[in-house]
Write a protein that binds this ligand. Structure first.
Ligand code: ADP
Ligand code: ZN
Ligand code: ZN
Length: 724
């Protein structure tokens, strides 16, 4: 009898909830292949790169194909990271292969060779040292003086822009050469000293320092209270202990300004990981973390997946931010996964925010998180004065009241900067026929088309469709077509005409696709008088020390939304936008225009502040049985016709019969048709997380196997943030 042949169990990047068996590539012994190694295989007619997650005996009667190749000498996903990802796959009820593939940077997922990550550094040669005193003053000499010490390229990029051409000159003359960078001495000394911490900051930093293993801290500090300083202290401690630190920031929070501050204060290369990098750059940063070369990694959502072989600390800045939740594919929450990893790594995790999520506040109240409060602004900075402007019956120009326009003029005359916040991109939210009432609708979505380009173009913000605006009404041929309401473009047009003597910048997703472009716009306005107009992109990010006035041009849409989270999101947005005013020693003013000055949310927020709002909102959530007092999962289905989603979700509902979960639906999604797809959903809710997951454990395999599932697109969202 032949002994059963040993096979490799492989997680492949396919949306199927199972592993696949392969024999090792020809000439390789299965036992020599480690868990976590990449493996190239054929899958149907395709070639895929998977991850070996186990060994086992071949099942009798099944033909097992040999794998094609083993690209690496050792494992890529292993230890804590692999275990945490496998836990995540279980928690999200998502295929393991899909989750592992999501965690890898695209280049590595597709099987590209592992990138070089040694930090390249430069220094003077002996000849260079000898020649230096006699060199003529100029750019090459300036660089030569810096290269008396070994400098890594990252440092040179930050401290000496344009250094590469000077280096070429020095190298051609044999004066400078590549140097090995010893990790222990890689730290160039900090170029910026830390301010002395105030008492509140000091207490927070001490509490974090005292944590010897896993602990979750909620650093709850008003905007400008110096949270970043506390992070920097904690990171410096972590580095001094010889450990790596990971800092997660929201997509828009990761500015060149912020990276420069980190690098200047820590005196180390800071490895950035965000969506603006090329695939190769992302793979290199990820591998530098895996190899322990990256000591500080600052990144957006997907940086939650970097390997941290020498982890010492995880920080999640602006922990309430919606960009931490992935909205398609593997629907993970980077903050929540960061906490899971901190526990597995046995290191402290710091969640910072001026407007903590209700989930985190609830956990702090329950004693699961240590609650660190920073109630005052750091240094001399004063909190802004907030005024609610009742605009009922007032004349409005592009949605701005005379009072707001006067305040803008006064702030500009005083040499200050003004921020006008409006959460609507485009010129106007709708195009209406004044004669017959026709309005422009998207053909593929249940939504109005937004007017763009000063009325020339119509655009759907849900499916991306763009069409030229009609010249006449398609229904009655009238020429009386009118843009309705105001978007950021229209406000820009109005303010640019009124205040032609100052720069007027519009910052939103339409105007700013690239991080660098955004930085250039900020550079253009500098510290001088000027106006910034934008959507929620302006709520954080680039520091604006000369900001005197914030005008919130309209938030009324958000006051009456049906989503149970809309109040929390609106309160966070208002407090974050307001917090941008008066960050330095100049006090700031916030004008909040509304048609609903008596709305309880505004009243509580203005009179009591964010925490008063949060208490009220938590009480309401508890009474209504919403998170954090209940746990949700949302099953979504969509197809080109209405029947398949309804049948699929009815089937799911029948399968859940008797399970200890509450079911709501199936119901049409809040936007029933999007991009030509009819969408429906079934909401599952349970007071115990355990019960919800037990029900899903039973449900998901049956859904994958259901014939109904093949006729549509469906997805499960565990802990959904948006219920649509
Ligand atoms: P946050 O992250 O809470 O918004 P920051 O850490 O960015 O706050 O600090 C806001 C401003 O106050 C920054 O300009 C920072 O340099 C300054 N700052 C922070 N802590 C202190 C301190 N202890 N003394 C003086 N200035 C400080
Ligand atoms: Zn008409
Ligand atoms: Zn559309």
């Amino acid at each position: 009898m032949q002994a059963p042949r040993s096979v490799l169990r492989v997680a492949l990047p396919v949306p199927l909830p199972r592993l696949f068996d392969y024999l090792p590539p020809p000439g390789v012994d299965a036992a020599s292949i480690a868990i976590g190694q990449r493996l190239r295989v054929t899958f149907g007619a395709r070639e895929l790169c998977g991850i070996v997650v186990g060994h086992g005996p071949a099942e009798a009667g099944f033909e097992v194909r040999p794998a094609l190749a083993l690209p690496d000498a050792g494992p890529l996903l292993h230890g804590e990271l692999l275990a945490s990802l496998q836990w995540l796959a279980g928690y999200l009820h998502a295929p393991q292969g899909d989750v592992l593939a999501t965690a890898l940077p695209a280049a590595l997922r597709h099987g590209e060779p592992l990138p070089e990550t040694e930090t390249v550094a430069w220094r003077l040669t002996e000849a260079g040292r000898t020649a230096l005193p006699a060199m003529r003053a100029g750019k090459p000499k300036a660089l030569a003086m810096l290269l008396e010490r070994t400098r890594d390229e990252d440092w040179l990029d930050a401290e000496s822009p344009g250094w590469r051409s000077q280096l070429r000159t020095l190298r051609e003359r044999g004066l400078a050469d590549r140097a090995a960078l010893d990790r222990a001495t890689a730290g160039v000394s900090p170029t910026q000293a830390a301010p002395a911490l105030n008492d509140e900051q000091h207490a927070a930093a001490e509490a974090i320092r005292a944590a010897t293993g896993f602990a979750t801290f909620l650093l709850d500090g008003v905007t400008g209270s110096g949270k970043t300083e506390v992070y920097l202290h904690a990171i410096a401690d972590c580095l001094a202990r010889g450990r790596q630190a990971l800092v997660l920031v929201p997509e828009i929070g990761l500015t060149p300004q912020m990276l420069a501050r980190f690098r200047a204060r820590l005196g180390l290369p800071v490895h950035a990981l965000h969506s603006g990098l090329t695939d190769n750059e992302r793979a290199a940063a990820w591998m530098a973390a895996a190899r322990g070369q990256a000591r500080v990694i600052v990144g957006t959502r997907s940086a939650a997946f970097v390997p941290l072989p020498e982890a010492g600390l995880i920080v999640v800045d602006e922990e309430h931010d919606g960009s931490y939740k992935q909205f398609d594919g593997i629907r993970y929450h980077a903050r929540d996964f960061a906490i899971v990893r901190a526990r597995a790594l046995d290191v402290p995790v710091v969640l910072g925010s001026a407007t903590p999520s209700l989930e985190s506040l609830h956990n702090a109240h329950a004693g699961r998180y240590a609650h660190l409060r920073l109630a005052r602004r750091a240094g001399n900075a004063q909190p802004p004065a907030v005024r609610v402007l009742d605009v009922r019956k007032r004349p409005l120009q592009a949605g701005l009241s005379n009072e707001a326009l006067d305040a803008i003029r006064a702030a500009l005359d005083a040499g200050g900067q003004v921020l006008v916040f409006k959460n609507r991109r485009g010129y106007a939210p709708a195009l209406l026929c004044h004669d017959c009432g026709w309005s422009a609708q998207c053909r593929r979505c249940d939504a109005s088309l937004t007017v763009h380009a000063h009325g020339r173009r119509l655009q759907c913000h849900h499916c991306g469709a763009r069409v030229a605006a009609p010249l006449a009404c398609p229904d009655c041929a009238s020429l009386a077509l009118q843009p309705q309401g105001n978007g950021t473009e229209r406000i820009e047009e109005e303010l640019a005409a009124r205040f032609a003597h100052v720069p007027v910048l519009r910052i939103d997703r339409g105007s700013t696709r690239k991080r660098d472009a955004l930085q250039k716009q900020f550079d253009a306005i500098g510290d001088g008088a000027g106006i910034l107009i934008g959507t929620q992109m302006l709520a954080k990010g680039h520091d604006l020390p000369n900001l005197r006035l914030v005008v919130v041009a309209g938030i009324d849409e958000g006051l009456f939304s049906a989503d149970f989270r809309s109040g929390e999101k609106l309160a966070q947005l208002l407090v974050q936008v307001a917090g941008r005013a008066g960050r330095a020693d100049k006090p700031g003013t916030v004008l909040l225009q509304t048609h609903h000055p008596g709305h309880p949310l505004l009243q509580t927020l203005v009179n009591g502040g964010y925490h008063a709002f949060a208490e009220t909102e938590l009480a309401m959530r508890e009474a209504a049985g919403f998170p954090p007092f209940a746990h949700l999962a949302l099953l979504r289905a969509e197809a080109t016709h209405a029947d398949p989603p309804a049948q699929f979700l009815q089937h799911a509902k029948a399968l859940l019969h008797g399970a200890p979960v509450e079911l709501h639906g199936p119901l049409p999604a809040p936007m029933p048709r999007r991009a030509g797809y009819v969408r429906a959903q079934l909401l599952l809710s349970a007071t115990q997380r355990r019960e919800l997951h037990a029900a899903l454990d039973v449900l998901l395999p049956q859904l994958h196997a259901a014939p109904e599932a093949r006729r549509l697109r469906w997805s499960l969202d565990v802990d959904p943030v948006d219920l649509y």
